[in-house]
Each structure stands twice: as structure tokens, then as C-alpha cells.
Design a protein around this ligand. Sequence first.
Ligand SMILES: [Zn+2]
Ligand SMILES: [Zn+2]
Length: 812
Amino acid sequence: MSDIPAPPETPAYDPAAVESAWQRRWDERGTNAPSLASGTDPYYQLMMFPYPSAEGLHIGNLFAFTGADIHGRFQRLQGRTVFEPIGFDSFGIHSENFAIKVGAHPATLTPRNVENFRRQLHRAGLMVDWTKEVVTSEPSYYKWTQWLFLQLYKQGLAYKKAAAVNWCPSCKTVLANEQVKDGHCERCDSLVEQRLLEQWFFRTSKYAPRLLDNIATLDWSETTRQAQRNWIGRSEGAHVTFRVADAHDVTVFTTRPDTIFGASWVVLAPEHPLVPQIVTAAQRAAVDEYLERTKTQDVVSRKVSKQKTGVFTGAVAVNPATGHPIPVWIADYVLMEYGTGAVMGVPGHDERDFEFAQTFALPIVRVVAGADADANAPLTEAYAAKSDADRLVNSAHFSGMPVPQAKKAVVAWLEERGSAVPVVNYRLNDWCISRQRYWGPPIPIIYCDSCGPVPVPEDQLPVVLPLIDDFRPDDSGISPLARHDEWYRVPCPQCGIMSRRETDVSDTFLDSAWYFLRYPSADRTDVAFDAALTRKWLPVTTYIGGNEHAVLHLLYSRFITMVLKDAGLIDFEEPFTRFRAHGMIIRDGAKMSKSKGNVVNPDELIDRWGADSFRTYLMFLGPYEEGGDYRDSGITGVRRFLDRIWASVHDSVSTGAVDATVMRKLHATIRKVTDDIPALGYNTAIAAMMEYVNVLRTGERSVHRDEVAPLVQLVAPFAPHMAEQCWEVLGHTGSIFDAGWPTFDPAMLVADTLTIAVQIAGKTRGTVQVGRDATQDVVYAAAMEEPNIAKFVAGEPKKVIYVAGRLLNIVV
Ligand SMILES: [Zn+2]
Ligand SMILES: [Zn+2]
């Protein structure tokens, strides 16, 4: 192997030469491409694939990938077959907007960006199996994303409906609620509007109970599990029906059915279908004006706005508990998409309703009070139930009943009268997968005037995204694809008459909701995923990624996995057995951003220090799950640490004996690193190895190879190129990653000094530190060197008794 630098006496550590040589060798030998069919003890190590931006790899990407890579390499060193794939999340609005900004086409930019990412990822020394790469914007991948859509369609889990959505007039697309910040677009800061559009949805809501219940079985970071629970948002309550205007029924959802006697009004979403039917002539003008005003607002602002607005419809409802007439209002804080699109107003016991009542001078009735409170004391603020001692008041025969009991009893009573049913509600909505944009997989549906919507037959996939110059979105809310007749017009697959293609493309979140299933079968053109490989390699053993985008991505991946299980296509329903969220890297105490000009360029750092030093330094910044503060000065210490290992290996001798103290420290270090890496305690593992190097090199002593060889194995996951080179210098021929992991001898871990208590005339006067083999005379001498002990011993003691390893008893 002429490309590996020949070892002279003590060559200087030259990371650039070592790293490029070993990257080449890994590729040539297929070191990182295990046989998925025959490998034993499979371990699927997944990292979140990046969006290939034009700026190239961000330091945050590298922090994430390095941490996952160390974990994967460690598992391999334990003897497992580790599959560590990567790919590119290259479809989507980010790529498209960037292309528009620089006046280029995403189809030309994307391959260029992907190529740059590949180069950078190669340099970073990841144990990636490049033979299984996926690129979501390539037809070989999105053919199967479209196939996946069809599987959901077949099961009735994909449907189209009109829905009020957030619309960014500048990005000219629909935004998810979490993409709207304070009423503005997260990407471009434009004021977001509301629009009613026909869109494709997946029925995620149907899976809400299962998505929630399964969380308990997952070995995931607790913050991530809690975020999933919150997003799914289960609440128990009731549907309560109010008779409105003598002819219509309005059903509200409430989590506080016990407060029904205090319901002073009913509020409908402005879009509620009943509004036009119940509004009175006198109120029609005011209602119409309010509806116009609502349309200018985005969904998020409507929910969180502090300002209470609304208008009376003129209609009256009957409170099913009291029989009293109460007014029906419309207000923009009620959304048609949530619950039933209608709520009851209980101002005495709900803060928002209290403000609403004050704004519009509506009656406030107290129906809950603390154990000793006066049932008729007027309320100056909403009284939310605070303890189990709270009881109902002013609630007919329920008065005096404790709140928890009343929640059930009131529903049962109303249910008997046909006015309520107990329900469990979930916050999780159906997933809107439609995007009125260009850069995504076309949704494989054809609209035929005679047959209706017809799915594209599976053997006609992919529906190739046409390469068009005019891909900019316009203000129509219709995808640019509709402007391209040669693509848009197509014969119906069923009857052959000229029909129209669906012009929406699907959400990028759909591309990433199944990529882990594709990796093992990435080279297969006949199936989305091979049954045998999937059975063997999935679910993913460990998934490491950021928390910030994790809620939706993980939820959608879990949903898709459950759907495929129900379709009999796979035999598991949770995709990621173990998930760990990593922390974030800041720089000199501040968040890195282009606008602050404090972004670290990984290429420059790797040029200067080498990938191994850079990797190790990133992991040394702090606990991996918390992140750390990047400081330019810090990397020198890590580089010196690797230099010293390099020199120790090259200078090591195989003659003479090992040092007992060094070996004891070595075994303690092996134990520490072995415990820390699987727990992602990378920073403390590195600190332990640094400490060991200090002991190893004490007084620049010459090092025995048995003292340094295991250290090379320990550092290998962090500094893989240098470790390979050192391993070869130590006389090995195969990859260090196939050489196993050093074991420690528990007998070697026993401390080499002991703490001995010293008693004088039966009283403990202090302790001394001695070697574990110390004789009575040595222990006694040590005791007499401690002034606080020696002062109790005047002259020769009568007797000295040493209980080996524990106690020195001096009789005076
Ligand atoms: Zn925007
Ligand atoms: Zn047809």
C-alpha cells in the first residue's frame, strides 16, 4: 500500500496524509459497507440525514453525525455488524426558495450541493456505507414515496378536503402552524394570511391513541417522549349538544362538563357551517363584516391572540342543564379544525371566557367553589378548580358534589337526557401533505371527468417531476405544474379519456418519514424495501438526532410505520427502538448564525487540524446530549493529546516489563470509556483517556506497547484515521474496527492505596493513606507524621495492633 506514509523512525503526525490515505483505503476495501444479507448481530445506527444546503455542511451537522458515528463505531468494536447509512433530504421548499433567490434551477443546484456534502462527509471520517445512499429528489427514491402515498390511499388513509390554512403571500405556499411565528412566516417574515384550499391529508388522527400509548414502550430521551405526548395531546371530556334557534343542534367539546350550569353562551368558529343558517337579519351585516376580518388572520394568531373579538349572531341556544336561553356568538379564537368548531363559554371558571364576558358584558356565574368558600361570592377572576376539595355550587342537585366526581356524574345525567356523550379528544390533527409548489414528488392521482380521482397504477410509477424552467409559485394557490399542459393533461388510466394530473406535490416530511426503511434496500429497483432485509435490520437500533425538528419527523415516521404494519408490509410498528437527542453547539457563548458572522467552517478546521482532532474536540465540548460552547483556542489541547498517542505508539517498545501503576490506570480507563460511550458520555471518556496519557507519559518514560495498544482501540471511535494508522504501526494488518474492544480486569481496578483509621486509647484520632501492601511499621510511621495524631502519643506506646487494611490501634 504505497499510499500509506512509510514509517520512518518517529514520523510527525500529519493528519492530512493519514486521513486521505485511510479514507481511500476504506473505500477500496469496502471497510464500511457490511454485507447486510450475511452480517451477524445486526446493529442499525441511524443519523438524521441532512438537507443539502448550498453553504455546505454546518458544524451542527458534524456534531450530530460524529456523535452518531462514535456510537456506531463502538458497537462495531463490540463485534456487531453495524450499518451506518446516510442520504440527502433534497426535496422541499428550502432548496426551491434558494434556487429562486440565486436565479438557478433546483434540479441543477441540488446535485451540486449533494456532491459538496458527500465530499465533506467523506473528509469527516464517518463509517458511512456509501453503497446505500439515498437522495430523496431522485426518481429512484421518490418513485417509492409515491408508492407509499398509494398504499395510504388504498387503505382510505389519504383523502382530500377543503381546509383553512396559513398562507404566506411571499413564499406563496401553505405553512404548518409551527412555521408561523407571531403571525409571520418563519422563513421570510411576511404577514401570514388565511386561505381555504383543497388539500390532501393523511389520517394521522386515527392513529392518535396508538401513537400515544406506544410512547411508554420506547427507549427514547425523556424530553422527546414528552414532546410527542404533548403534540398528540389527549384530553378527556364530553360532547355536549345545545339546541339552537329551535331547529339546529350544536355540539361542543368540553373538558369541564361539570361546569355546564355556568355556561352563559355558545361560541362557533366563524367558518362553522351553521352560521349562515342561524344568523338573524338584524345581525347579518355585523357577522359578515366579522367574517371578512377573520380571513385576514392566520391560524396561530387566532388561537393565541390576547385581544378578544367576536360578534353576536342573534340566535339563542338552550343550556341543556339549566334550560335557560343563552346567546350564540362567533369568535375567531374558535377554529373549525379543532374539536367540533364550537365551544361553550363558562366565564366563572375559564380565564379566556372570563375576559370575553368582561369585554362583551355577558353574565358570569359561579358554579365551582373551594371547600369553605361562599357559593355566592362574586368572582373577580376565573376560578379554575384547584383541589379535589372543590365542589359544585349553583348546579341544581349536583351542588355540593366534588369536582372529580361531578365530571362523570354530570355527563351521565346529560347522556340520559340525550344531550351529551363522554369522549376522549386528541389535539393531533390529520397531516396536510399537499404543497402547491414545484420541488417535490408529484402526488400520483389523475382526475377523470368520468371516473373521478384515479390513482396512478403502481407499474406506471414514478410520476416524474418534469424539468420545467417556469417553476416559480404564483398567487393562485395552484401548483406551477398546472401551467404545463404537456404534463398536466394525461389519459385516464381506467377509461382512457383525457384527464388531469394532481398538481400538488407532497410535503418533505413524507420523504423523511420512511427513508430509514429504504436504506438497506437502496440499491433495489423492484421494491421499496426488501422483506428479508427489513426483517433483519429494522427497527432501527439507535437513532441519534436533534430535538428541534424531531417532534413532527418522529411522529410522522411512527405513523407511516404503523400504517405499513397494518397493511401487512412489515412486522413491527415502532421504527426507532432507541432515540437520543443531542445538544446544540454555540460559539463563544452565542448561537452561530450567518448574520452574526460567527459560523465555523468545517473545511477550514479540518484543513488546519485534521478531521480526527476536530471530531474529538467537538465531542469534548460538553455532554453530548447538552451540547457545548465552541472556542477556537480549545482544539490545541485535543490535538496535543492525539500527538502524544501518535508519538507513544511510534516510540513504544515490546521488550521489558509493563509498569504496574500504568496498567492499573489503563484498566480503570478501559472501564470508564466502555461505560461512557454507550451512554453518550463522550466528553468524560475523552477526559479519562487524556488522564491516562498523562500517567502513561510521566517523565517522558518510554512506553511499552501493551500499555499503549489498548489506548489506540479506545480512541478509535473518536479518531478513526489515526487509530487505523497506529494499529498498523503496531503490526496489525486488518482494520482496527474489526479487532474487537479491550477488556478490563476487575482485579486491576482495586485502588492501590488504602485509608486506615488510627485509634488511640479506643478513640479515632484520624486517618492515614498507605500502600495496600504496607506493613504495621510503615502504617505506624505514617501515623506519627500526622501532627494531629502524633500529639496523642507521648513516648513509646504500650502496644500497637494493625488490623491489615482497616485499622491501626495504638495503646498508650
Ligand atoms: Zn414566507
Ligand atoms: Zn376515466
